[in-house]
Design a protein around this ligand. Structure first.
Ligand SMILES: Nc1ncnc2c1ncn2[C@@H]1O[C@H](COP(=O)(O)OP(=O)(O)OP(=O)(O)O)[C@@H](O)[C@H]1O
Length: 530
C-alpha cells in the first residue's frame, strides 16, 4: 500500500495502537503527527513532539535523503540524550496526487527489533535444519525451547514417549526443567520394572555465546554400538548448530565493533569478496560465519580453508572437493601462511572459475603489495572489515568474560562460578596482550581448574591459585580430566607455534597427522571452536 495522507487519516485509530512508532515529518523537518507508541519510545507527549525539528531528537535523520531520492532508508540510530538505540525506517510521504508532502518515519527500540528478528530467524533456522536432521535420524531425541515448549522431536522419540506411562513422561519432562533451570547437563536412568530395559535419558542445555536457547534430550534403552554411533552423530550435529554465529552473537559495543557489524550486515547479501583483517584470535572466522548466516546462503554449507591447507594438500583434489561440496555456499579463505605467487595465481584461477560460491578472506596482517599477485591484491582491497586487537577495545573485555564464563560453567558442569571484578580490572590494566582466543582459553582454564567449593574467583585467588583445591576432594578434576586439559593446552600451543600447519605440528608432537586431527576433533580445537 502506498502511504499517503488519505489513508493515513483513515487508519488513524489503528495507527495509534500499532506496536511500531510512527512519526510524520513535514518538508521543513518539523514533526506534524505521531502515534502513541512513538511518543512512548521518545519519552514525550504528543504536545512535546509536534512542531519540533526532528534534529532535536536524532543526530543525523535521513529526511533529506528520502526527500531527494524518494526512496526508503533504513538505519540504526541513537535517541539524543537517552542513549536509546532505535531502528528507524524513513519513507517518502505522498498526498493522493502523488506529490511529496514530507517523510514518514517508523521506529522501534533496537532491543525490541533484535528480539523480534531473532524470534523469527532463529526458529526458522532451527526448524528447517533440525527438521532435516530428524529425517535422517533413527535415534530418539527432541529439542525443547527455553519456554519448555517442544520445538521438534524425531519419529523415534514420539514412538518411545507414547509408550511410557504418565509417571515416566513426568520424569522425562522434569529432566528438561532441571536442565533449563541449572543450565547443566543431566543424565539419568530409570528401570520401570526389573524385567524391563533401563531407560537412559540424556539432557543437555543448548547455548549460544552464553545465551540459553533450550535443551536437547536423547533417550536410549540399551547402548549397543550402532546406537552409540548414531547418538554421536546426533551430538555432532547439535554441536554444529551451536557453532553457527549470527551478527548479534558477536560480543562488543565499541565503535570499531559496531562499524564492523554494520559493514558485515551491509556486505552480507552483496555477494562481493570481503576481506576481514585482524590479528590472530580477533574473531575473523566468527565474523565470516556471521556474514554467511546473515546472507541468503545461510542454509547452505560454510567451509573454512587455511592457506596452509593449500600447500599441504593436492591442490586439484582440494579444489574439486570444495566446488562439489560447497556449490552455492560460502568459503572462508584464511591466509594464515604466506603463499608463493604460483599458489596465489592457482587460487585466483579457482576463485574466478567459481561463479556460485561466495568467498570471504581473512588475514592477520596488512597485505604488502609487493608480496601479492596484483589481481589477488586488488580483489582483497575491494571490501575490507577491520577487527581491532582486544587491547584496543578493552571496554569489551568484561562482556566477553561474562559470556565465556557462562559457556564454560555449563561445558564443565560447574556451579556458576563467577569471575570477580578485580580479576577483570587486572586483565584490563594488563592491556591484555593476547586476543579473544587467549581470553577464552584463560576463562576456560580458571573455570575448569576451580574446585567444586569455589563460587567465585578473585584476583587474590587467581594469583595464589587458591581456587585450585589440591585436597582429596572427590569432586575435583579426575586424573583423566587433568590429563585431557594438559593435552589440549599442549596441542593448542604446538599448533600456534606452527601457525596451525598440521603436518608440521604432528611432526613436532611425534604423532601422525590423522591422530592430530582426531585429537583436534576431540578437544574441539578447530579454530573458531576453541
Ligand atoms: N566478538 C566476539 N564475541 C564472542 N566470541 C568471540 C568474539 N570474537 C571472537 N570470539 C571467539 O574467540 C575465538 C577466536 O575467534 P576466531 O577463530 O573467529 O578468530 P580469528 O581471528 O579467525 O583467529 P585466527 O586468525 O587465529 O584464525 C573463537 O572461539 C570465537 O568464538
Amino acid at each position: 500500500m502506498k502511504i499517503n495522507s488519505n489513508n493515513l487519516q483513515k487508519y488513524e485509530k489503528l495507527l495509534h495502537k500499532l506496536p511500531l512508532g510512527i512519526i510524520l515529518i513535514n518538508m521543513q523537518n518539523k514533526i506534524v503527527s505521531s502515534n502513541q507508541t512513538a511518543e512512548r519510545y521518545f519519552n514525550a507527549k504528543a504536545t512535546h513532539l509536534i512542531g519540533k525539528d526532528i534534529h532535536e531528537f536524532l543526530e543525523n535523520p535521513s529526511t533529506e535523503e528520502v526527500k531527494q531520492l524518494h526512496q526508503q532508508v533504513d538505519k540504526k540510530e541513537l535517541l539524543k540524550g537517552t542513549n536509546r538505540k532505535l531502528v528507524t525506517s524513513y519513507s517518502p510521504f505522498l498526498n493522493h496526487h502523488n506529490t511529496l508532502q514530507g517523510v514518514l518515519m517508523l521506529l522501534e527500540p533496537l532491543e525490541k527489533f533484535n528480539q523480534r528478528v531473532s524470534n523469527i530467524t532463529e526458529s526458522d533456522f532451527y526448524f528447517e535444519i533440525v527438521q532435516e536432521l530428524l529425517q535422517t535420524q533413527k535415534n530418539a531425541f527432541r529439542i525443547v525451547m527455553e519456554n519448555k515448549d517442544e520445538l521438534l522431536s524425531s519419529k523415534q522419540w514420539k514412538a518411545e514417549f507414547d509408550q511410557y506411562n504418565t509417571h515416566i513422561q513426568d520424569w522425562v519432562n522434569q529432566l528438561v526443567y532441571q536442565t533449563i533451570r541449572s543450565r547443566r547437563k543431566r543424565t539419568d536412568s530409570y528401570q520401570p520394572d526389573a524385567s524391563l530395559d533401563t531407560i537412559d535419558v540424556f539432557t543437555k542445555p543448548l547455548q549460544k555465546n552464553g545465551k540459553l536457547i533450550g535443551c536437547v534430550q536423547y533417550v536410549t534403552k540399551h547402548e549397543n554400538n550402532a546406537l552409540k554411533q548414531e547418538l554421536d552423530t546426533a551430538k555432532k550435529m547439535i554441536r554444529n548448530l551451536e557453532k553457527t554465529y549470527h551478527l548479534e552473537d558477536i560480543i562488543g559495543e565499541t565503535p570499531e565493533i559496531n562499524i564492523a557489524r554494520e559493514q558485515a550486515r551491509l556486505y552480507a547479501d552483496m555477494d562481493t569478496p570481503v576481506l576481514i583483517r585482524g590479528e590472530q584470535g580477533t574473531g575473523k572466522l566468527m565474523l565470516a560465519r556471521a556474514i554467511h548466516m546473515t546472507s541468503h546462503r545461510k542454509y547452505l554449507p560454510f567451509l573454512k580453508v587455511n592457506s596452509s591447507d593449500l600447500i599441504e594438500s593436492n591442490l586439484e583434489e582440494l579444489f574439486l572437493k570444495i566446488s562439489k561440496k560447497i556449490k552455492n555456499g560460502t568459503v572462508y579463505v584464511n591466509f594464515n601462511q604466506k603463499l608463493t605467487l604460483d599458489y596465489q595465481n592457482k587460487l585466483l584461477a579457482f576463485i574466478n572459475e567459481q561463479s556460485t560460491i561466495r568467498f570471504i578472506y581473512g588475514i592477520s596482517h596488512t597485505p604488502v603489495i609487493s608480496e601479492w599477485s596484483p589481481a589477488l591484491y586488488d580483489l582483497l582491497q575491494k571490501y575490507q572489515i577491520i577487527l581491532p586487537p582486544l587491547k584496543e577495545r578493552l571496554s569489551d573485555l568484561p562482556l566477553l568474560v561474562e559470556a565465556f564464563k557462562i559457556y564454560f560453567n555449563q561445558e564443565y558442569d560447574k556451579q556458576m562460578i563467577t569471575v570477580e571484578n578485580d580479576v577483570i580490572d587486572y586483565w584490563q590494566k594488563l592491556n591484555w596482550s593476547g586476543n579473544i582466543t587467549e581470553l577464552k582459553l584463560e576463562v576456560e582454564r580458571i573455570i575448569l581448574e576451580a574446585s567444586s567449593f569455589t563460587s567465585s574467583i578473585s584476583l587474590e585467588q587467581l594469583h595464589n591459585k587458591k581456587f585450585i583445591d589440591v585436597s582429596d576432594d572427590e569432586n575435583q578434576l579426575s586424573l583423566q580430566q587433568a590429563i585431557d586439559l594438559f593435552e589440549k593446552k599442549y596441542i593448542v600451543k604446538a599448533l600456534e607455534q606452527q601457525n596451525f600447519n598440521k603436518t608440521k605440528t604432528a611432526k613436532m608432537l611425534g604423532v601422525s597427522v590423522r591422530n592430530l586431527y582426531y585429537k583436534m576433533e576431540k578437544y574441539k580445537i578447530e579454530r573458531g571452536a576453541i
